[in-house]
Design a protein around this ligand. Structure first.
Ligand SMILES: Cc1cc2nc3c(=O)[nH]c(=O)nc-3n(C[C@H](O)[C@H](O)[C@H](O)COP(=O)(O)OP(=O)(O)OC[C@H]3O[C@@H](n4cnc5c(N)ncnc54)[C@H](O)[C@@H]3O)c2cc1C
Length: 410
């Protein structure tokens, strides 16, 4: 094969597309990546990076750089909002024999993207074209081509495979006619960032979850531009309010004050509203089209699993594509990618993220009591806490994916 025949085209330069480009480039595969924006997006989305994901990112010290520019958070807490009681505290240290990273790293996704971009500049066979939107995908027998709208004109590019890493509204997925079944939550999720120090004032850990009948809140710290950092609070928005009302000064103060009453107005650094879905693509591979990250699966952010799943897709896919393109292995290996990653998206990420939301917002008194008692009991028993954390830290899902590869090798 010539260089062009082996090229991988990537639509989307979010963290997942950049990771795929970097890992493929390092393994000698030529890559051309397109992103419609001019740079990685800086809105306040993912930060929580779980142990299983960090274990996959040690190449070239990426995990250490993420910890350096982010925050190390070994502990997370569940609070009951009506009583103000700390229900349970989980310490990832119980996973010390299960992972090289018995902690979470809170690293904002634009920082992860920038760390990847820095590394990509050192890989000569990778081209990154910002300001370029993929608008069409056509598959042939031995190649795939994409139409790309650039600053001047539309151009055509061909390669061996295309990776759709272009987010939840993926053009690649739509062009390949791959269904994206699931549902959309009726309430949007509002993210408010503030420099108010919730640890100093209330003793909240860097990741704290609040249960409340019909409502919930995630409160977590990010390092932002350096000390003292920012706290992000995430809540359901009232579906009957307009976007303008929700994001108005009065609206955001009412939202944050309802959970954390104060006689002073909060300084709000970011205010963002997100429509949130639970969807999984019907396949992550259709011929020469491969999906990874949000283009393949989306879920609510409670528990911080979306980008983690996307990074795990990216590592798995880059490894298999490199083995096919430079190692001469059969391309049925890519079906295994679909099997492994789609299975864990459905069995673990969808199930866990929906359960996380249900647990926090349960309103039936008996169900609430059962949920909170269960959290207390798990936190009090080191082996039950470990089993719980294996799932939340996404180690159980990685093990499930590994077991599918082992079974396929037999
Ligand atoms: C409030 C909130 C909090 C979250 N917190 C967490 C968390 O703590 N942990 C976690 O794991 N996940 C979290 N997530 C989920 C996480 O943000 C996403 O899973 C993540 O952004 C997916 O990365 P991606 O690279 O697949 O897609 P994206 O980040 O969406 O990137 C897609 C890229 O594709 C580009 N693009 C789109 N269309 C085209 C096109 N046609 N041509 C070229 N380029 C295109 C876009 O410009 C963009 O750069 C959170 C989400 C939200 C909303």
């Amino acid at each position: 094969m010539s260089g062009d025949d082996k090229r991988v085209l990537i639509s989307g330069g979010g963290p997942v597309g950049l990771l795929c480009a970097w890992l493929l480039g390092r393994r000698g595969v030529p890559v051309r990546l397109f992103d419609l924006n001019d740079a990685p997006q800086a809105d306040p989305r993912a930060a929580t990076t779980h142990p299983a994901t960090l274990d996959l990112l040690s190449e070239d010290g990426l995990d250490q750089d993420m910890a350096r520019v982010g925050l190390v958070a070994p502990i997370f807490q569940f609070w009951d909002r009506p009583s103000g009681e700390l229900i349970a505290e989980f310490d990832h240290t119980v996973l010390k024999n299960d992972t090289r990273h018995p902690f979470v790293v809170q690293c904002e996704q634009f920082k992860t993207a920038n760390l990847l971009l820095e590394r990509l500049r050192k890989v000569p066979n990778v081209e990154v074209l910002y300001g370029h939107e993929v608008v069409g995908v056509t598959q042939g027998a031995g190649s795939v081509s994409v139409e790309v709208r650039g600053p001047q004109r539309v151009t055509s590019h061909s390669g061996a495979y295309v990776i759709g890493a272009d987010g939840g509204r993926s053009t690649v997925r739509k062009q390949a006619d791959i269904k994206f079944d699931g549902f959309t939550w009726p309430e949007r999720f509002i993210v408010l960032s503030t420099p108010f120090d919730f640890q100093a004032h209330y003793g909240y850990a860097f990741r704290s979850y609040f249960a409340d009948p019909g409502e919930w809140c995630n409160c977590f710290k990010v390092s932002a531009d350096g000390p003292p950092g920012l706290w992000r609070t995430v809540y359901p928005a009232n579906p009957s309010l307009t976007e303008d009302d929700i994001l108005s000064d009065n609206g955001v103060q009412a939202r944050i004050q309802s959970f954390f009453p104060s006689d002073r107005a909060y300084e709000i650094v970011h205010r963002n509203l997100y429509l949130t879905h639970q969807r999984v693509a019907e396949t992550f591979r259709k011929g020469r089209v491969l999906l990874a990250g949000d283009s393949a699966h989306v879920n609510n952010p409670i528990g911080g699993m979306g980008l983690n799943g996307g990074i795990q897709d990216g590592v798995n896919l880059a490894d298999k594509l490199a083995r096919v393109l430079t190692g001469g292995e059969p391309d049925t290996l890519l079906d295994l990618y679909d099997l492994q990653r789609r299975t864990v998206a459905v069995e673990f990420v969808q199930e866990q993220s929906i359960a996380n939301k249900n647990r926090l917002e349960a309103s039936d008194p008996e169900t609430r009591k059962k949920n909170l008692d269960e959290l207390r009991a798990m936190a009090a028993d080191p082996e039950r806490a470990r089993q719980f954390l294996l799932r939340t830290a996404m180690i159980a899902s990685q093990r499930r994916a590994d077991s599918l590869e082992l079974a396929a090798a037999k």
